[in-house]
Design a protein around this ligand. Structure first.
Ligand code: ZN
Length: 107
């Protein structure tokens, strides 16, 4: 069987999941992704390193950026035949999400 590819990508219009996108795959599967899920799973080297570090709690309470402005997906562009680069409203855009990885995240 050939690898399923996205047949359509649309922005979900669901107030419970602001900014979420939905991918319908060629095998009929449908998966929803919130901007936060995709951002936290960013596969770029910087984010992978950051996730591997032990969390250092900040002694001062801070407002998380997403409490000031909700995180949004501002762009999603195909990279070759098998991946997308995703751009977020926090300015981060170096993650390349392969189709395999997106399937895994949506599973
Ligand atoms: Zn990243």
């Amino acid at each position: 069987m050939t690898q399923p590819v996205p047949r359509s990508i649309r922005r979900l219009d669901d107030p419970r999941a602001p900014g979420a996108i939905e991918i319908t795959w060629t095998d009929g599967a449908t998966h929803a992704y919130s901007p936060r899920l995709l951002r936290d799973a960013c596969p770029c080297a910087t984010c992978r390193e950051k996730r591997a570090e032990p969390a250092r709690p900040n002694p001062l309470a801070v407002l998380a950026p997403e409490e000031i402005a909700p995180l949004a997906i501002t762009g999603m562009n195909p990279v070759g035949q098998y991946a997308y680069s995703i751009e977020f409203s926090d300015g981060h855009s170096s993650g390349i999400y392969t189709l395999d990885y997106l399937r895994e995240l949506g599973g």
